[in-house]
Design a protein around this ligand. Structure first.
Ligand code: PHE
Length: 439
C-alpha cells in the first residue's frame, strides 16, 4: 500500500499529461506504456528485492546483498541526493494543488471564463510570494507526518481514499469526453503520429515511466525493507505498475479532451497545463455552478492533495531513513532539517516560474533543471546500476531465493525478469542515452 501510495501521485495526474502534451501525444504514450512493461515493472521488482533482502537502509541493503563489499554502500547516497532534489520541486506542484483545493473550497472556479483560468494560474504561479505559503504548508504537513511517525496511519487512510479518487477520475473522464471538441483530444491521445517523435522522446518516456513508479533512486528499496517475507513481490510490482499506468492514462483522458475546448490553449503548455484545464472540466461537471459541481471539485482536489502527500512523504522518508539508520540521528530532527533545506530549494524552484524565469542553466530554469536531473539522469542511472547489481554482482541463488520467497513461488516470470535485468534493461537504457545525445 505504501509503495502504491508513493507511486500514484502528481506524477500520474500532473507530470504524465505535461510530458504527453510536450512530446506530441499518442506516439509518446505508446512508448511510455511499452517502457512501463519492459523497464518499469521489472526494475520495480529489482528494487523491492534489494530492499527486502537488506531489511535496513539502502546502503546496508546493497552491502549485505553484495556479500559485504563496502563499496556498494555508496548507493546509499542515491536516495539522499535524489530525495532532496525531487522533494524540492515536487513540493511546488503539491503547493499549487493545495491552493487549488482552497480555491475549490471558496467556490473560486464558479462563473469564470476559460481565459480567466489561464490568467489566474499564470498570475498565481508567477507571484514571488503566494505559492510559497502553500509550499510551506505542504512541507509542514509532510514533515509533521514523518516526525510524528504517523506515516503508516496516513497510508492506511489512503487505502480508503485512493479508490475514491479513482472513482472521481472515472466520473471526470466521462464529463471531459463530452466537452465540445473532445474528439480532437481523443485523436491526440490515440492516433500515433510518429513524425512527432524526435531524438529525446525515448528518454522522456523512460523518465516518465520511472518517475511515475518512483523507481531507480532507492525510494522503493527503503520501503521494501518493511515488507514481510511472504509477500509476493512479482504480484505486487505488477499490480502497482498496472494501477499506476491506468491512473496516468485516465488523467490523459481528462486533460486532453478539455485542452481542445479551452480557447487559446495548446497541449504543449507545459507544467501549467493540468491546472488550467481542470477547472474548465469542473465547470461542466453537473452543469456548472451547482452545489454538486462545487462539492465534487472540492472532493477531487482534496483527494489529489492526499495522493500528492503520500508521494512527498516517501521522498522525505528516504532521506530521513538514511541519516537515522546510518548515524542514529533522531528522525524528527532530521525530518525538520531536511524540510527546511528543501523549502529553501523549493522557493527557488517556485521563483523560476516568475522573477527567476530568466535564470537558466543549459536553457532550463531551476524547476525544470531539478526535474531533468531526477527523471532523466538519476532514475535511469540508478535503475541501470540496480540491474547490473542484481543481474551480475549478486549470485543467482541469493536473488532467486529472495524473489521467490525461498522457492515457494514458481513462475515463468522469473526467467523473463532475469533476462530483462541482465541484458535487456541495461542495454536498453544505454541505447536510450546514446539516442538522446544523438550519436
Ligand atoms: N511516483 C511519484 C508520483 O507519481 C513521484 C515520486 C518520485 C515519488 C520519486 C517518490 C520518488 O507522483
Amino acid at each position: 500500500m505504501a509503495a502504491a501510495g508513493s507511486a500514484v501521485g502528481l506524477g500520474n495526474i500532473w507530470r504524465f499529461p505535461t510530458e504527453t502534451g510536450m512530446n506530441g501525444g499518442a506516439a509518446f504514450i505508446l512508448i511510455y506504456v511499452l517502457f512501463m512493461i519492459l523497464f518499469g515493472a521489472p526494475i520495480m521488482l529489482t528494487e523491492f528485492t534489494i530492499g527486502r533482502y537488506g531489511q535496513k537502509d539502502v546502503a546496508d541493503s546493497f552491502e549485505r546483498m553484495s556479500g559485504g563489499r563496502k563499496g556498494w554502500r555508496l548507493m546509499g547516497l542515491m536516495p539522499v541526493v535524489a530525495g532532496l532534489l525531487v522533494l524540492s520541486y515536487y513540493a511546488v506542484v503539491c503547493g499549487w494543488t493545495l491552493y487549488y483545493a482552497y480555491v475549490a473550497g471558496i467556490d473560486g472556479f464558479a462563473g469564470k471564463t476559460p481565459e480567466q483560468y489561464v490568467s489566474d494560474f499564470q498570475q498565481f504561479a508567477a507571484s514571488p510570494t503566494e505559492p510559497l505559503i502553500w509550499i510551506l504548508l505542504i512541507m509542514i504537513i509532510t514533515c509533521g507526518i514523518i516526525s510524528l511517525g504517523v506515516r503508516k496511519g496516513i497510508e492506511r487512510g489512503a487505502k480508503i481514499l485512493m479508490p475514491l479518487l479513482f472513482v472521481c477520475i472515472i466520473v471526470l473522464v466521462c464529463f471531459s469526453v463530452s466537452l465540445p471538441n473532445a474528439e480532437r483530444g481523443l485523436k491526440f491521445l490515440f492516433y500515433p503520429d510518429f513524425s512527432k517523435i524526435n531524438g529525446s522522446t525515448a528518454l522522456s518516456a523512460l523518465g516518465q515511466a520511472f518517475f511515475s513508479l518512483s523507481v531507480g533512486i532507492g525510494c522503493l528499496c527503503t520501503y521494501a525493507c518493511y515488507f514481510r517475507k511472504d509477500v509476493n513481490l512479482f504480484k505486487d510490482s505488477l499490480a502497482v505498475a498496472f494501477i499506476d499506468t491506468l491512473v496516468a492514462l485516465m488523467a490523459g483522458l481528462i486533460i486532453f479532451p478539455a485542452v481542445y475546448s479551452v480557447p487559446g490553449l495548446t497541449p504543449d503548455a507545459g507544467p501549467s497545463l493540468v491546472f488550467i484545464t481542470l477547472p474548465n472540466v469542473f465547470q461542466h461537471v453537473f452543469g456548472g455552478a451547482s452545489v454538486f459541481a462545487y462539492a465534487f471539485s472540492l472532493l477531487f482536489y482534496v483527494l489529489l492533495v492526499i495522493a500528492a502527500i503520500t508521494s512527498s512523504i516517501s521522498m522525505l522518508e528516504m532521506v530521513v531513513a538514511y541519516f537515522h539508520e546510518e548515524y542514529g540521528w533522531s528522525r524528527p530532527a532530521v525530518a525538520v532539517a531536511v524540510s527546511i533545506f528543501c523549502m529553501l530549494l523549493a522557493a527557488g524552484c517556485s521563483l523560476s516560474f516568475g522573477v527567476w524565469a530568466d535564470k537558466t542553466v543549459f536553457g532550463l530554469g531551476m524547476f525544470d533543471l531539478f526535474d531533468f536531473i531526477v527523471a532523466k539522469l538519476l532514475m535511469p542511472v540508478g535503475s541501470f546500476v540496480m540491474c547490473i547489481f542484481l543481474g551480475w554482482v549478486v549470485d543467482e541463488k541469493t536473488v532467486r531465493m529472495e524473489v521467490t520467497n525461498g522457492g515457494k513461488i514458481q513462475t515463468v516470470l522469473y526467467p523473463v525478469w532475469r533476462f530483462i535485468i541482465r541484458y535487456f534493461a541495461p542495454i536498453g537504457i544505454i541505447l536510450i542515452f546514446i539516442n538522446e545525445i544523438g550519436w
